[in-house]
Design a protein around this ligand. Structure first.
Ligand code: SAM
Length: 296
């Protein structure tokens, strides 16, 4: 880990609720070599983590119980979920997801002592059958099976993970403690006593030209997508017209268009790859429609 990375998280964590953690982190930064040597000599079963200890890309600072509960509530975790915590530290988020929300959970953590500690904590919490911890680099591991991703990393790491997360199944929920994802604006965020949580839903990829058919009616709609935000144009006689109120959430796409006769049609469908199927409502009448995406 570079000193620059150590320095940046120290600065970012120096807020009131985690002042103690930040001080411990500072102590670590000042005496990193001594602490590492001490930990290396400590038998794994008695390993005691130290706030601020070195990690591969970011030091360890744990998420407080209040924040982790809020993150899991924002993501509306249920027993049907697979929650993956990226850089799982002592395992607390994955363990809480299993114990308090009934989910299955995975923790991916680079530090083997933290992985061993997390496994012991999962046994103590009685959730070892639903939680696994793996010694892994989050940038190399496959976590595409997650329905919920949680993380407490750094802004640059979030941004580096962004393309990987955006390729996940539409509808995957993502909760981050303290750090955002740059240009990918959060769908929701919260501020708890000065600590931030950010929440996103992975959007389907919808940018391109859609040829829509509904009975005898046909429309060509061009969508532009920036993360979860969508704008679009529909071909009308002698020109193009903007779509009204386009909305994308996970695989759910909605928009309205006004045709050349001045009639409004409201489309509401589900995207699956290059296919979109749903219902077109015109006044009181609803009929099915299908669409295929042909270009980017
Ligand atoms: C700020 S702590 C957060 C721990 C835990 N997620 C929580 O919120 O309590 C970040 C953790 O990521 C781990 N880590 C750093 N770089 C990593 C990497 N490339 N792959 C896996 N874990 C990493 C660190 O060892 C540390 O435990």
């Amino acid at each position: 880990m570079s000193l620059a990375r150590t320095g940046s998280i120290l600065n970012l964590h120096r807020s009131a609720p985690l002042a103690a953690c930040a001080l411990a982190a500072l102590a670590f930064a000042l005496g990193a070599a001594g602490a590492s040597a001490q930990q290396a000599a400590t038998p794994a079963s008695t390993f005691e983590p130290v706030v601020g200890q070195q990690g591969k890309d970011v030091i360890w600072v744990p998420t407080t119980p209040m924040i982790l509960e809020r993150m899991l509530r924002m993501a509306q975790v249920t027993p049907r979920d697979i929650v993956v915590d990226l850089g799982s530290g002592d395992g607390r988020i994955a363990i809480a997801a299993a114990k308090d929300f009934g989910a299955r959970a995975r923790g991916l953590e680079y530090n083997p002592d933290m992985v061993a500690l997390s496994k012991r904590e999962a046994i103590k919490a009685g959730v070892a059958d639903r939680v696994t911890f793996e010694e892994a680099d989050i940038f190399k591991a496959d976590f595409s099976n997650a329905t919920v991703v949680t993380m407490y990393l750094l802004p640059n790491l979030n941004r580096d993970l962004r393309p990987i997360i955006l390729k996940m199944k539409p509808g995957t929920r993502v909760a981050s403690h303290q750090f955002d994802m740059g240009e990918w604006e959060a769908d929701e965020q919260c501020d708890l006593a000065g600590r931030q949580c950010f929440f996103w839903i992975v959007p389907a990829q919808v940018g391109g030209t859609w040829k829509i058919k509904s009975g005898a009616a046909e429309y060509e709609v061009a969508l532009k997508q920036t993360f979860q935000k969508v704008t679009g144009l529909v071909n009308v006689a002698n020109g193009k017209s903007s779509l009204r109120e386009p909305m994308l959430r996970a695989d759910h796409l909605r928009f309205s268009l006004v045709d050349d006769k001045g009639v409004q049609h409201d489309f509401d469908g589900r995207v699956s790859g290059t296919s979109l199927k749903g219902t077109m409502r015109t006044g009181a009448r609803s009929v099915p429609f299908e669409a295929t995406r042909t270009g980017d």
